[in-house]
Design a protein around this ligand. Structure first.
Ligand code: SF4
Length: 338
């Protein structure tokens, strides 16, 4: 094992099949104000998040806009400064890694972004876009070797070989996202961080791309964090799901348990937003949607952060922050279960 691999390892603390261990992660952005532009507060975008991702597993990270799910992803890649907490990837504590130390890690953790058009250089052919990371990392030998690998990747993501010399504008949104996925897979990462990868696509195309992620996971055994703002999208691709609200995880459970028996009132609210394909069943459902807006992450409500929007709020909810405690197959942070 290299020095890189042994640096920062916690013997016995991480199970062998855990490839990512996020511990009490906090990402706070300072807020400046006044005449002298002094620090007057902080936006607590991520405020004490802990979870693990296992080998070959997809963890869905779900919540409304502003809940901190994308910030969590960027912090794992060390693209944002971490306020406190710990990130252990493949047994290595990468929390304090500088940009040089992160270079080999970034090959192992690849990102798929929300906007496939914005993340692809319009002046490059698809072959060059997918082949670029191979060239940078000096993989698959010469130009012919890299081109052969790009052909293979096009097939993996369901695109034709003859598309290799086309440009991004010649593709549909769904095809462009397939190109982004091929580029991310080129360097054979262990973990894919997918940040709302289907939310910019038409609903009819979303299902195809979600299916592709599912197939890739089954065929390549890759681990994924799949960030989305609604539970319908992550349902088919995730084995476990973490629900985030205002910078914290309020419920984390197996996919089947979460959909069959959502416990946290916020999870229940997200669940009612999922339409049922049967119009008769849909008409008879009660839609107890979540009312109100997400409060400011600069001044989160005291106690349970969800209490101003919760139908079950009790006096204790305004005073004490509920801990994330084991409940059934998962964990829930709610005073209804303490
Ligand atoms: Fe609602 Fe209280 Fe549970 Fe928060 S702790 S979700 S306010 S019941």
């Amino acid at each position: 094992m290299s020095d890189e691999m042994t640096h920062g390892q916690r013997p016995g603390a991480v199970k062998s099949d855990v490839i990512l261990d996020v511990q009490d992660l906090k990402v706070h952005f300072p807020v400046y104000g006044g005449f002298r532009q002094r620090e007057v507060g902080a936006v607590k975008a991520v405020d004490g998040v802990s979870f693990q991702v296992h080998e070959g597993e997809t963890l869905g990270l779900v919540g409304e806009s502003g809940c901190g799910k994308s910030t969590t992803g960027l912090a794992i890649l060390r693209m944002l400064p971490i306020t406190s907490g710990k990130i252990v990837f493949e047994g290595v504590d990468i929390t304090k890694h500088d940009q040089r130390q992160m270079r080999p890690i970034r090959r192992r953790i690849q990102m798929v972004y929300q906007d496939p058009f914005g993340s692809l250089d319009p002046r490059m052919t698809i072959g060059d876009i997918i082949g670029e990371p191979l060239e940078i990392q000096k993989l698959h030998g010469n130009k012919a070797g890299r081109r052969a690998r790009v052909m293979e990747l096009l097939k993996t993501v369901g695109l034709r070989h003859d598309m290799i010399d086309r440009y991004p504008h010649q593709f549909s949104g769904g095809q462009r996202q397939r190109v982004s996925i091929a580029r991310a897979l080129a360097v054979e990462p262990r973990l894919l961080l997918c940040d709302e990868p289907v939310s910019a696509l038409d609903v009819s195309i979303q299902a195809q791309v979600v299916n592709l992620f599912q197939e890739l996971q089954e065929e390549l055994g890759i681990s994924m964090i799949f960030v989305a703002h609604d539970l319908a999208v992550v349902r088919h691709v995730s084995q476990r799901i973490a629900v985030m609200y205002l910078g914290t995880i309020v419920e984390i459970s197996t996919r089947d348990e979460l959909y069959a028996n959502p416990k946290h009132p916020y999870t229940q609210g997200l669940m009612t937003a999922i339409p049922v394909p049967n119009p008769v069943v849909e008409a008879g459902r009660s839609h107890q949607t979540i009312e109100g807006e997400v409060p400011s992450a600069q001044r989160p409500p005291p106690g349970c952060r969800f209490h101003p929007r919760c139908r079950h709020a009790m006096p204790i909810c305004k005073e004490q922050t509920p801990e994330l405690l084991p409940q059934g197959y998962g964990m829930v942070a709610c005073h209804l279960f303490t």
